[in-house]
Design a protein around this ligand. Structure first.
Ligand SMILES: [Zn+2]
Ligand SMILES: [Zn+2]
Length: 359
């Protein structure tokens, strides 16, 4: 990430006041950013962002129908089961640990391609991963695309921060290299500059349409309209809760919220929150310490369901290997070592050499 290939375009607001002090992003500023990053009439590179957000808001309709007409014990059980599967499998295992951090490898290159075609969420893997790489390298700084400093609404809008396409062909190769393991065919350099999409656009639209029809068919076949509406309602809520996590995952310099003996890594303001840890294995402070690890439950009382799933996938031969930095975490943080920002430089240098690590 030291190369200059990955940059985000400037935002519609500043995080600093006239005296250079950090200020909160206002509702008006967040909405201006939201409008700007979706205004495809002003810039066609925003077209896919706008198409996705339109589909996200369309899901409001089945969400209202579900909660108005189809709530029962069985549909709510189904709702929470689907929610849990999407949170652990789609979000943590697929988007976060695999696409963003290559924390494990599949045993055959066809497997990630199948994951792309059956990913029901439609949110582009490249947007998740590339913006997330910036989050890790700029955590808590002004350029950080997530965090409480952006406000809740600002994080909602942050799903559409735009990748700078004004890069050289050689830099574009670096961007593609960050996504090579995901298995999508790539757009040409010219197409990337025109549409800001690294994945081949027909491929993306084709698989998104396929997965939408396929999963809608599966849930309709399972139980008709109630299960179909439950499925769409979960999708809407999933996108909202991911954006909520991006807001709550870190503290601020004024309110760091980190707990001694629990949030061990003080190079960032990331937090080990029990809600997101138990829900989806997102022990975020541990994750910032060892971002290439497929396991983030490093301390007593922490459970990492996605990691147990990855172990299971290895057991049945779908995953060929994974990184588990539990021992390294214990050596660094649990043996009486003093933890502080002074060590940050060495630690980053160590970790960026981890096999298969990127971002
Ligand atoms: Zn973070
Ligand atoms: Zn991460």
């Amino acid at each position: 990430m030291n190369d200059q290939s990955l940059r985000l375009l400037p935002r519609a607001y500043s995080l600093r006041d006239a005296e250079g002090k950090r200020k909160r992003v206002t509702v008006r500023e967040a909405l201006r950013q939201y409008g700007q990053s979706l205004n495809f009439l002003a810039d066609r590179r925003r077209t896919l962002h706008a198409a996705f957000e339109f589909s996200h808001f369309l899901m409001v309709i089945p969400t209202i129908i579900f909660f108005a007409y189809y709530v029962s014990v069985s549909t709510m059980v189904l709702y929470f089961v689907i929610f849990s599967v999407l949170a652990n499998v789609a979000n943590t295992i697929w988007y976060h640990r695999y696409c963003s951090h290559r924390a494990f490898q599949f045993s055959h290159p066809i497997i990630p391609k199948l994951c792309l075609w059956f990913n029901p969420l439609g949110y582009r893997e490249e947007v998740y991963a590339l913006v997330h790489h910036v989050h890790h390298t700029k955590a808590d700084e002004d350029e950080d695309p997530n965090g409480p400093q952006l406000s809740w609404l600002g994080n909602y809008a942050a799903s559409y921060f735009e990748i700078d396409t004004d890069i050289t062909p050689a830099q574009y190769e670096h961007v593609k290299a960050r996504l090579a393991h995901v298995g999508m065919p790539f757009s040409s350099y010219e197409s990337f500059q025109r549409w800001a999409c690294v994945e081949s656009i027909p491929h993306y639209l084709g698989r998104w349409a396929f997965a939408t029809v396929f999963w809608a068919g599966v849930f309709y076949a399972m139980g008709g309209m109630p299960t179909l509406m439950a499925w769409f309602a979960v999708q809407f809520c999933w996108h909202a809760i991911v954006r909520d996590f991006n807001f709550r995952g870190h503290g601020t310099p004024e309110k760091p919220k980190q707990v001694d003996g629990w949030d061990m890594d003080r190079r960032t303001l990331a937090l080990n929150q029990r809600f997101y840890g138990y829900l989806a294995g997102e022990w975020h402070n541990n994750h910032h310490a060892f971002r290439a690890s497929a396991n983030t439950a490093f301390m007593r009382g922490q459970v990492d369901i996605p990691f147990q799933m990855i172990r299971l996938l290895k057991g049945v031969g779908i995953v060929s290997k994974y990184h588990d930095h539990r021992k390294e975490f214990a050596a660094r943080f649990l043996n009486g070592e003093k933890v502080g920002r002074a060590r940050a430089v060495d630690v980053v240098a160590e970790e960026s050499t981890a096999p298969g690590h990127i971002g």
